[in-house]
Ligand binder design. Structure first.
Ligand SMILES: NC(=O)c1ccc[n+]([C@@H]2O[C@H](COP(=O)([O-])OP(=O)(O)OC[C@H]3O[C@@H](n4cnc5c(N)ncnc54)[C@H](OP(=O)(O)O)[C@@H]3O)[C@@H](O)[C@H]2O)c1
Length: 329
């Protein structure tokens, strides 16, 4: 029987999410890859246990995470049933709806019909009565935002989610969603956006600044650029890397000579700081306190421990920040 480490709450900081009452661990675990129908169950279970033992209370899923849509939720449901679930009140479990799940006009996007049905399916797959956080996964160009936000508000009132978030919404869409949700009495908790040393769109489109100014949290997904911002690809493409084992979203063409040069220079700087490149890339995201949590993916338990060690990361000097700017711009 799994018993969690007694010292799990001494390892990571817990950061208040915007102006809400909820704190999230500085590092969260995402189940987008390596938890699908092609994964190894024992390894998935070990990764979740290692994460929780390391202080990670927040597990991020979506209805479509697989391969095999719904597979990651089903596997996570099994992990909960097999042991982790005894800690349900210590867990923040997130899921999302927005991408295509079933055929026909009600199987994707942002209608009330789709969101309500999808969340019911997610709860069934995970064997839960409620999720802690339910996201609209991507903006819907056709459904009125009022309908999508009202659906989120009603989901909270129904008790099926405690908090709501949005994902992949830009600055203006975030502003409008936050305003609508505020008027409905269910504040927007968080915006989940891609953010890394190789993708700084949330800085340039103003989403990061807007969230900070409006008391909305930001959680950064793909903070390691799917593994590029690590030592994985410094000496070629390993057979057990995401590029080789999955390749649906991260392709070898991403490893251009320019990107490789940047990764190598960043790696030299990380080494000079006495840490791994993955640690420096994560620490850089949370450097100014405006990002609530970095949402990492992993393929093995050791990567979790490497990533959570950012709790001990040295602060960046002005000179290091300048060097990083020169490398990535
Ligand atoms: N809202 C959205 O639209 C959206 C989109 C994408 C992702 N997400 C969320 O964000 C989560 C994370 O995304 P991601 O998986 O792309 O994140 P990521 O952290 O950028 O990449 C994860 C990959 O990096 C490598 N890695 C992780 N830690 C490492 C370490 N310490 N040393 C060396 N390599 C390391 C592993 O690659 P190998 O497998 O090669 O070992 C791992 O699979 C997802 O699981 C999901 O929850 C949300």
């Amino acid at each position: 029987m799994y018993l969690a480490d007694d010292k799990r709450y001494e390892k990571l900081p817990y950061v208040r999410c915007g102006k809400s009452g909820l704190k999230l661990p500085l590092v969260s675990l995402g189940l987008w890859h390596n938890f699908g129908s092609n994964g190894v169950y024992d390894l998935m279970q070990q990764m979740c246990y290692t994460a929780f033992d390391a202080g990670i209370t927040h597990f991020d899923l979506a209805n479509n995470y697989g391969p095999g849509i719904g597979a990651a939720e089903s596997n996570f449901g099994r992990i909960l049933r097999d042991g982790l679930g005894i800690y349900r009140d210590e867990l923040i479990i997130s899921t999302k709806a927005g991408y295509r799940m079933w055929p026909g006009p009600y199987g994707e996007w942002g209608s009330r019909k789709y969101l309500a049905a999808s969340l019911d399916q997610s709860l069934k797959r995970m064997g839960l009565d409620y999720v802690d956080l339910f996201y609209h996964h991507r903006p819907d160009p056709e459904t009125p935002l009022e309908e999508t936000m009202t659906a989120l508000d009603q989901i909270v009132r129904s008790g099926k989610a405690l908090y709501v978030g949005i994902s992949n919404y830009n600055q203006e869409q975030t502003r409008q969603a936050a305003k609508l949700l505020k008027s409905l009495g269910t504040p927007l908790l968080i915006n989940q956006r891609r953010y890394s040393l190789l993708d700084r769109k949330i800085e340039t489109d103003g989403t990061k600044q807007l969230a900070a100014a409006n008391g909305v949290g930001i959680i950064a997904f793909s903070p390691l650029a799917q593994g590029l911002l690590s030592d994985r690809y410094l000496a070629g493409v390993p057979e057990d890397s995401r590029i080789r084992t999955d390749g649906r979203f991260l392709k070898e063409t991403a490893l251009t000579p320019e990107t490789l040069q940047r990764i190598r220079s960043l790696n030299d700087l990380a080494r000079a700081r006495g840490q791994t490149l993955a640690q420096m890339a994560l620490a850089w995201i949370v450097r100014d306190g405006e990002v609530t949590s970095v949402l990492v993916g992993v393929s093995r338990p050791e990567q979790i421990l490497d990533n959570t060690a950012i709790a001990q990361s040295p602060p960046f000097t002005a000179e290091e920040i300048e060097k990083i700017e020169r490398i990535v711009s």
